[in-house]
Write a protein that binds this ligand. Sequence first.
Ligand SMILES: C[S@@+](CC[C@H](N)C(=O)[O-])C[C@H]1O[C@@H](n2cnc3c(N)ncnc32)[C@H](O)[C@@H]1O
Length: 260
Amino acid sequence: MTVREALADAELRLAAAGVETPRVDAEWLVAHVLGTTRSGLAARGDEEVDGLEPLLARREAREPLAYILGEWGFRRLTLKTDARALVPRPETETVVERALALVAETERPRILDVGVGSGAIALALKDERPDAVVVGVDVSADAIALARENAERLGLDVELREQDGVEAAGEGWDLVVANPPYVESLDGLQEELRWEPEVALIGAGAHERLARAAEARFLVFEVGDGQADAVGETLLGAGWRDVRITRDLTGAERVVEGAK
Ligand SMILES: C[S@@+](CC[C@H](N)C(=O)[O-])C[C@H]1O[C@@H](n2cnc3c(N)ncnc32)[C@H](O)[C@@H]1O
């Protein structure tokens, strides 16, 4: 099959499987097999493609594209991604932006990332604030192992520990940042979520527990759709001031922060 034919066929199959962006995903997969980028495909329409089928079958089964490709972009980094941890999301880049803004005036800020997952937030913070002392904790040994692999690949010096976030948050920090599990149930949500670790997705009350436990000058949380106001109230109730909500690039209220 040529690149052109493979793209058309893959797009049809992915659309039939209910994938939200079948053309874009087809391009990612074909580009991956050819060892090129999506924009690099344009000039190679007549080339033969081999080895696409197993990847296409995985995507038809609604496995996240990032797990199939094995890596995914986040801020300036390319992170290794697999089923040991949540796929880093574009909306989480706004969390990093607010975290960087809050410690902009602090020298060598001490930062804790609770629920480090693949390492996305902690590693992006260290990358963009090399003088920061960054610690990432997670209750999942799998996530910590993946975050360590990412830290090594990227040459970023971040301390990673298998530890409960509430316990770590009380240790005294300039900034505590967290994207905790905040989904109540996977019912009605995208099929792709079923491939990601449940401990990364499903949870209730994590924002409140962390807001009460954190000993820090600043706190930055990612929140789920429709949760921002309630989490903001929780922060005020736990003694945080300057509570502020920031929207992500889609316009959804996504980040809640406070100061002490
Ligand atoms: C939504 S994921 C976020 C992963 C990563 N920070 C990101 O933004 O891509 C939540 C993470 O919190 C971890 N987690 C859940 N409960 C925790 C707890 N009590 N203490 C520390 N980490 C926890 C999960 O294992 C998971 O890796």
